[in-house]
Design a protein around this ligand. Structure first.
Ligand code: BG6
Length: 445
């Protein structure tokens, strides 16, 4: 790839600030993206290139200035409303100009880091401006250049909205151009599940309800939604986290072994098991005291049990629990095996945060018999918070869709979510104190 032009919609938002700016910088300094690179930030904020560069510089204070400055010179800002065609005409004109100067048709990447209510107009406007195809107006031949669109989660606001958006997206872009993001698929621990599950006879044999008692997927966060109340309000914890991250984790834990661990077969295997997931029960639904949003019915905590209707997982409950403003930051999956004849229980823990590691709890002591010991295998990459985005951007540039969500997965995730949200509507919201232990919230019922 000789040349790359990136457009980020929502470039003054939290995602860009906390994750994307660093991920692009990392890829640039390591030479994963070419020297002939430009990134255009789009938002309604009225700032110019210089102000945008200063903002990004603030995000990169951990890095040496002499490495940051060349990157900053590649950044530009376009102020505009994403609903207005003028923004896209502007993008088309700067692209054409850049391509003519470089005398090359650059690869184009559009990143939608905005709320789903803006997607429809962005898809339509990109297409109308001829931006869904490489170099539509300025070059006769594209010289193999590609145009790709990366869409953040949640994909849509509800099942019908997601379906409508997906139909539109698939009409305006080819499937190979579409990258639906769920960054949890790119977490180190999640990517390690295939080797752990399928390359260890020790566990592969035991991976079913015959030996497993229950599976708990937990994501606790200390932060509240103060800064994101506008987005979070009426979306709530399940749509923000359950609909996507938890269901993707669940699919990787429970899918049948695909022929290869890459490509479309993996997406098909994930979608297949998702199509068998149903709600078992809503256990708790809560909101922390002093929630900043306007919709006082928005949940900031939930605990639900799901089931999978197939032979392998018959009878097991998968407990999903997530909340904001809790006492700790921790994301992990605990697979508990059935008690043996000594009443002892082994566990496998897929820890995603604060450390990426896979642990097994086993009985090995001779003095302290009966006390399980944890044996952990660290998976650490250097920069945990940014790594998933670096990985996803790299894969998208290479056209590898394995770690991106397919249409079918999105649709199954919304089917399950609709069931959960319907059940939520008759479950009263408990109010919990900030900093609560998750266990204490259950006691409030
Ligand atoms: C995002 C959610 O998708 O994931 C946030 O919108 C959540 O609410 C975040 O905090 C968690 O991601 P990570 O990578 O920090 O665990």
């Amino acid at each position: 790839m000789k040349s790359l032009s990136v457009v980020v919609f929502g470039a003054t938002g939290d995602l860009f600030k906390n994750k994307l700016a660093k991920a692009f910088f990392e890829l640039y300094r390591r030479g994963v993206i070419p020297e002939t690179f430009s990134l255009f930030g789009i938002s309604r904020k009225s700032i110019g290139d210089e102000e945008f560069r200063l903002q990004v510089k603030e995000m990169l204070t951990d890095y040496p200035e002499d490495e940051v400055l060349p990157f900053l010179s590649k950044l530009f800002f376009i102020t505009g409303d994403t609903n207005e065609p003028a923004v896209y005409e502007k993008i088309q004109s700067v692209f054409s100009e850049g391509d003519s100067i470089e005398n090359v048709c650059a690869h184009k990447l559009f990143y939608l880091a905005v709320t789903p209510d803006l997607y429809e107009n962005i898809f339509i406007n990109l297409s109308k401006a001829g931006l869904s195809v490489p170099c539509a107006s300025s070059f006769g031949k594209t010289h193999g250049a590609e145009t790709k669109i990366l869409v953040e989660k949640p994909f849509g606001k509800n099942k019908d909205h997601a379906k409508k958006l997906d139909l539109l997206l698939c009409k305006l872009f080819d499937e190979e151009q579409i990258f639906r993001i769920d960054h949890y698929l790119a977490k180190e621990t999640m990517q390690s599940i295939f080797s752990f599950r399928f390359q260890n006879a020790l566990f592969e044999q035991l991976w079913s309800s015959k030996y497993i008692e229950k599976v708990e997927i937990k994501a606790y966060e200390t932060n509240d939604v103060a800064k994101r109340a506008h987005f979070y309000d009426s979306v709530g914890a399940f749509r923000d986290f359950g609909q996507n991250h938890f269901l993707e984790i669940l699919s990787l834990l429970t899918l049948e072994e695909p022929k290869e661990y890459k490509g479309e077969v993996v997406r098909i295997a994930r979608a297949k098991v998702l199509s068998e997931v149903v709600l078992s029960e809503v256990l708790v639904r809560g909101q922390y005291e002093g929630y900043e949003g306007e919709d006082k019915n928005t949940e900031t905590y939930f605990k639900v049990a799901l089931k999978i209707k197939n032979e392998r997982w018959k009878g097991i409950r998968f407990i999903l629990e997530h909340g904001k403003a809790l006492n700790e930051n921790m994301t992990e999956v605990v697979v508990s095996f059935k008690n043996n004849e000594h009443g002892k229980e082994n566990k496998v823990i897929f820890r995603i945060q604060p450390h990426a590691e896979i642990c097994t709890s086993v009985f090995v002591g001779f003095e302290e018999q009966g006390v399980p010991k944890e044996m952990c295998f660290p998976l650490g990459v250097s920069n945990q918070a940014i790594y998933p985005y670096e990985k996803l951007l790299t894969d998208a540039l290479h056209g590898d869709q394995t770690l991106f969500v397919s249409s079918k997965e999105v649709s199954e995730e919304w089917r399950i979510t609709t069931e959960v949200l319907q059940a939520f509507s008759v479950v009263p919201l408990v109010v919990y104190k900030r900093g609560s232990f998750p266990g204490d919230i259950t006691n409030l019922i």
